[in-house]
Design a protein around this ligand. Structure first.
Ligand code: ADP
Ligand code: ZN
Length: 752
């Protein structure tokens, strides 16, 4: 019998993404095993080197001459059995290729690439971290000059410092260090340069976990046994805003660590990571590692290695951190679990929560989902007993939830107010300014004017590549497409379609900022949206300036709505919420309910009584009223009844198939053909209940110059259905549409 490595290669299209046999040369015998990264010759005729992943090692297929593997990456690049399992899971559930899955799991900096060498193609690290010389005392003494003495004193007590830091600290040149090394007083060692991230001194107040409130303690006591079970467990912590969910997390992580198990904490967006990181670091210090996409490749790699080597046993990060190479994983916490940011919008289109379930079931750990407004699906599952349901019903210290008031916008225009801020809200902002308290305003639209509309034909100026209205940005004085980044500068005065006069209207965060400045000239206003947070760490800088009281009013998009904990905020204003109610999604109401509850919850968190004002033209609206009353249960009851009646999740799965192509007719017929195949293959199969809606143009009908169509399938996301999709996908990849109209398949997101 000949042994062969079964390899999946990079850059495979759907139709040839399978296992290929390769011979393992003697010198690579030890390096090649399931999960290892290899370089192989691939292709008919003149084979080219390609990256691959070894899925198994086993008996070679009979009667074929095997090509040999060129090279294999070292042991620390081998996917563990568990992570290799995730490769199969991702391929199976998100319809990506094996290698796409590998790339999602291993961060760029830790990957390998092909290089040409004299002996043949070889693998090389994608990146190497820079090294610096580090110095420590050897213990040998000698007679020292004053300068040398200074250096030695800095290294007292077994300290180690890098050359540049040491020279600067002692005020000496490198020559002094060199002499000390030569004299045997110092020893020199090349070490990887350490990236300093999230290293601000910890807040001494946060170093101890304060005693839990009785309610928090009850939650913890109910969760602890789940952590000790020898079976996978899942729980949902439903806690009102400000109830102190984080403290329960900290105690659980500590309990897991005490049992030698590692923990992973996911937060929904980068802006919220610093807050969680500092709270974790205050308690657990350097055992905490960070994984998110705003780190540089080098920073991310270094953190990743700390996790892999076991130096860090607590990881915090955004969606992609779910793949952190933690061993002995005992606990995964998903904060604000309802957020759609846990679903990847690129291939592989995975849900971090679904991946978390896989990891937890492998490690027999505990998955804890937490939120003030759980997703309807997860709350339903908890009610059904599939998750253990725990509640925190009170704010810490029995602080009241903010009092919420609806402001009817219909009277404003008549009263001569053309601004975005109602008289009533202005009054409250004024009071807050006088009292020296802080205000947060939410408006989920960035830019200055949100559209330029023709007075003659009524058309908005649209991006030439995307079917969406362009947004006016005042600072740059131009129109911008928020989908592809395209710009129109200077902004046109006449309609590009009919030549009519354009009227710029609609309000974004920039315009509200301006309005605030002119109405309250002495107020210090901070705006936070994608435009002001482009730079690295800008979230963190802006938020800590606000926390330090350098601003009176924070105006921003949804990034100001969640998770933030500022004691001096006593007023919250919600602007422009009505439009969100009409978004094209069965989750639109859920999103609005959640957003309003979240942002209202930013107020009154530490003694100052909180109040919130919601501006709307529809003050009787059910969703807004329930959100104002902060009555999640009542909202859930209405919503679940609606979902049941109209057959939406959790009563079925929704599979969204998106088609994108350069020609509209062809894109539509590709979608039609795909849908027809599904219908045909499912016909007469009782195990495949499904309903196909569409094809219809996607809600953004053109994006980046490609036409977009969608099919929505109400189905059961189970093995027979996925097998059917695979088989249709296979057929499609051999059809004339392949290569012209791209298809993506997505079970987790609802927006297109
Ligand atoms: P949530 O995430 O549930 O909205 P947090 O965990 O941010 O709430 O807690 C809200 C505030 O209450 C924080 O400032 C936190 O420090 C404080 N807090 C919560 N529980 C306690 C406790 N047991 N002792 C002292 N402070 C607490
Ligand atoms: Zn565009």
């Amino acid at each position: 019998m000949t042994l062969a490595a079964k390899v999946a290669v990079e850059g495979a299209t759907f139709s040839f993404d399978r296992w290929y046999d390769y011979a393992i040369p003697e010198r690579l015998c030890r390096a090649v095993c399931p999960g290892s990264m290899v370089l192989v010759p691939f292709g008919r005729g003149k084979a080219r080197p390609r990256m691959g992943v070894v899925l198994a090692v086993g008996e070679a297929e009979q009667g074929k001459e095997l090509k040999q593997i060129y090279d294999a990456a070292p042991e620390n690049a081998v996917l563990t059995e568990e992570l290799l399992g995730l490769v199969h899971y991702l391929r199976d559930h998100t319809f990506c290729t094996y290698y796409d899955a590998v790339r999602a799991i291993i961060p760029y900096g830790a990957q390998y690439r092909a290089v040409a060498a004299e002996e043949g193609p070889r693998l090389e690290r994608q990146m190497t971290l820079r090294t610096v010389n580090c110095y420590r005392l050897t213990g040998n003494t000698a007679k020292l000059t004053a300068k040398q003495q200074k250096v030695v004193s800095l290294l007292d007590g077994g300290r180690e410092l890098s050359g540049p830091v040491l020279c600067e600290g002692a005020g000496v040149g490198f020559g002094v260090l060199r002499t000390l090394v030569k004299n045997g007083v110092l020893e020199e060692q090349k070490k990887e340069k350490k990236f300093e991230i999230y290293t601000r001194p910890t807040d001494p107040e946060q170093q101890q976990i304060p005693p839990l409130s009785p309610e928090q303690q009850r939650c913890f006591d109910a969760l602890l046994p789940l952590l000790e079970e020898k079976r996978p467990q899942a729980a949902l912590l439903h806690g009102v805003t400000g109830s102190g969910k984080t403290l329960v997390f900290l105690e659980l992580i500590r309990a897991a660590a005490a049992k030698g198990r590692t923990s992973l904490v996911l937060v929904p967006e980068i802006g919220l990571t610093p807050q969680m990181i500092y709270r974790l670091k205050a308690v657990f210090g350097s055992r905490v590692a960070v994984q998110h996409s705003a780190l540089s490749n080098g920073e991310r790699l270094q953190q990743w290695r700390q996790i892999q080597s076991g130096q860090a046993d607590i990881v915090v990060g955004t969606r992609s951190a779910i793949f952190a190479p933690l061993d002995r994983l005992g606990l995964i916490i998903v904060d604000e679990e309802q957020e759609h940011t846990y679903v990847s919008e690129n291939s592989p289109r995975y849900s971090a929560i679904e991946v978390a379930k896989q990891r937890i079931s492998y490690h027999k750990g505990l998955l804890l989902l937490a939120s003030a407004t759980p997703s309807i699906e997860d709350y339903y599952a908890a009610r059904q007993g599939r998750y253990k349901l725990l509640r925190l019903t009170k704010r810490f210290n029995e602080l009241p939830l903010p009092r919420v008031e609806m402001v009817d916008l219909r009277g404003e225009l008549a009263a001569g107010n053309t601004g975005a801020i109602s008289q009533r809200l202005a009054e409250e902002i004024r009071k807050n300014l006088d009292a020296g308290q802080q205000t947060i305003l939410l408006l989920n639209r960035r830019g200055y004017h949100t559209a330029a509309v023709c007075r003659e034909c009524g058309e908005a100026v649209r991006c030439s590549l995307c079917s969406v209205p362009m947004v006016y940005h005042k600072q740059e004085n131009r129109l911008q497409c928020h989908y592809c980044g395209g710009i129109l500068s200077p902004p046109p005065q006449r309609c590009p379609v009919c030549g009519g006069e354009l009227r710029y209207g609609g309000t974004g965060t920039q315009r509200v900022e301006e309005e605030l400045q002119s109405r309250f000239p002495r107020a210090r206003v901070l705006r936070m949206d994608m435009d002001t947070t482009q730079q690295k760490h800008s979230h963190e800088k802006l938020l800590s300036a606000f926390a330090a009281g350098q601003y009176d009013i924070l105006i921003g998009t949804q990034m100001v709505a969640k998770g933030l904990d500022f004691p001096r905020v006593s007023l919250v204003g919600v602007l422009g919420i009505d439009q969100l109610l009409f978004a094209q999604s069965y989750r639109a109401f859920e999103r609005v309910f959640s957003l309003v509850t979240q942002v209202v919850g930013r107020g009154g968190r530490a003694g100052l009584p909180g109040r919130a004002l919601i501006q709307t033209a529809d003050p009787g609206n059910r969703v807004l009223s329930l959100a104002a009353a902060q009555d999640y249960e009542a909202f859930f009851e209405e919503e679940i009844a609606f979902r049941k009646l109209h057959l939406y999740p959790p009563f079925c799965s929704l599979c969204l198939l998106q088609f994108a192509g350069a020609q509209e007719g062809q894109t539509a017929s590709a979608a039609r053909a795909f849908g027809g195949q599904i219908r045909q293959q499912a016909a007469g199969r009782k195990d495949l209940p499904l309903r196909i809606l569409g094809p219809a143009p996607a809600s953004v009908a053109m994006l980046h110059g490609k036409y977009r169509y969608k099919l929505t399938i109400k189905c059961r996301n189970d093995p027979p259905f996925r097998a059917l999709l695979r088989s249709v996908q296979q057929q499609y990849s051999e059809s004339p549409y392949a290569g012209k109209v791209a298809v993506s398949i997505d079970f987790y997101s609802d927006s297109d």
